[in-house]
Design a protein around this ligand. Structure first.
Ligand SMILES: [Cu+2]
Length: 200
């Protein structure tokens, strides 16, 4: 079976394929370690297109490119992602959104909480890849970028831009979250590490 079709199906199984144009940082921004590695954009092409069958969108299949790419060896890659802490519903917005006055009150549904998010909230890499993260916190509240399973716990101080790097050494789906009590359970995302076998 074509390796990239396998990968596509894996993505589809995870329900991620349809999200690749949204808030998901798939494999964009990758730095191939060899110039012969396939262009990463090709990994987002529909499986039907890769097999030489016109896709539902009517795109013309690029059979030659797909064939050449599938013959390339699996090479670990480096990904550069920027993840920003974004305020969605926070105290500073009470003046703009009147309903927040009630929500943040002692009987409100957001009592003691603020809703922040990480953007993007999904990152997708392959097992063995190097992940370089730039973590941006544009405002005053402190956050953490924490992946307990990978022993990552980075403090995102107010108005800071920090960098961390790690190797995605095992396949799986890992949640990254801010562990500030006030921001839980709202502020989180997922790092999806596809198995090495899905690339080769
Ligand atoms: Cu936070």
């Amino acid at each position: 079976m074509d390796a990239r079709v396998t990968r596509r199906r894996f993505l589809g199984t995870l329900g991620l394929a349809s999200l690749s144009l949204g808030g998901v940082a798939t494999l964009a921004g990758c730095t191939n370690k060899t110039s012969s590695a396939p262009p990463m954009e090709s990994s987002n092409q529909p499986a039907a297109q890769q097999s030489g069958t016109p896709s539902a969108t009517g795109a013309t299949p690029s059979t030659n490119q797909a064939t050449a790419a599938s013959n390339q060896p699996a090479v670990p890659q480096t990904h550069n992602f920027t993840v920003t802490a974004v305020p969605f519903l926070v105290h500073e917005m009470k003046g703009m959104l009147q309903y927040l006055n009630e929500d943040f009150s002692s009987n409100g549904i957001l009592n003691g909480k603020e809703v922040y998010g990480f953007y993007p909230s999904h990152l997708v890499v392959y097992e063995g890849d190097t992940v370089n993260l730039t973590l941006v916190n544009p405002e005053d509240d402190e956050h953490t970028f924490t992946i307990r399973e990978l022993e990552i716990n980075y403090i995102m101080k107010g108005k800071s831009l920090g960098k961390i790097s790690f190797v995605a050494s095992k396949a799986g789906t890992f949640s990254y979250a801010c562990e500030e009590e006030e921001h839980m359970p709202y502020m989180w995302g997922q790092l999806v590490v596809l198995p090495r076998s899905a690339r080769s």
